[in-house]
Design a protein around this ligand. Structure first.
Ligand code: GRF
Length: 189
């Protein structure tokens, strides 16, 4: 039986889109089904991209809401599908310990740095500012901390010759897109 997943996004949704493509036509076909793509921002560009691909999409707004109110609304929404896994793909809201406790080792995130060296926002900015020759992309389970959960897999991003932060981010995202679905496949199969 394919596992069911819900993908949570906040913005562009390029990682989400790749997972959708792999689920519809690639290595995740038959491995999982995507019950819905949920954003915490109504203007997240990824929402319409997912809708265009035939997915159920919705917004559970978080702006100006107390964390517990937002998370209660998210939990109520998720109850409709009772997904096996939550897949975070550029979801920029920190989830509380009580929310995470509903999905032990069932929330997966991609972080664009080695989570042992960098947590939180701005990972590509950090790599550029520190003139790293290589950074890492980390896929990890979400625990009660910020990017502190058990590491599932890490992949290097070669940064030699990078001259701008935009170029660095492009290289990093290319690696993210290549690896996220592969790692999800290993977990979900
Ligand atoms: C990615 O770099 C992801 O690792 C980070 O936020 C960015 C989201 O990009 N958590 P996108 O929305 O998937 O294009």
């Amino acid at each position: 039986m394919p596992k069911t997943i819900v993908i949570l996004i906040s913005g562009t949704g390029s990682n989400m889109l790749r997972i959708v493509e792999e689920t519809q036509h690639g290595i995740l076909r038959g491995v999982c089904t995507i019950s819905a793509v949920i954003a915490n921002k109504s203007d997240a560009p990824g929402l319409s991209l997912a809708r265009d691909r035939g997915l159920k999409t919705l917004c559970v707004p978080s702006k100006g809401k107390e964390q517990s109110i937002f998370e209660d609304a998210l939990l109520t929404t998720l109850d409709r599908w009772n997904p096996d896994y939550l897949v975070l793909a550029g979801f920029m809201r920190v989830l509380s310990p009580s929310f995470v406790a509903h999905f032990p080792k069932r929330i997966i995130n991609i972080h664009p740095a080695d989570t042992k060296l960098h947590q939180g926002l701005g990972a590509y900015k950090w790599a550029f500012a520190n003139k790293l020759k290589e950074t890492k992309v980390t896929i990890h389970f979400v625990d009660e901390g910020v990017d502190t959960g058990e590491i599932i897999a890490q992949f290097p991003v070669d940064l030699t010759g990078v001259t701008t932060e935009a170029e660095l981010e492009k290289r990093g995202l290319a690696v993210e897109h290549q690896i996220y679905s592969k790692v999800l496949r290993d977990i979900l199969i």
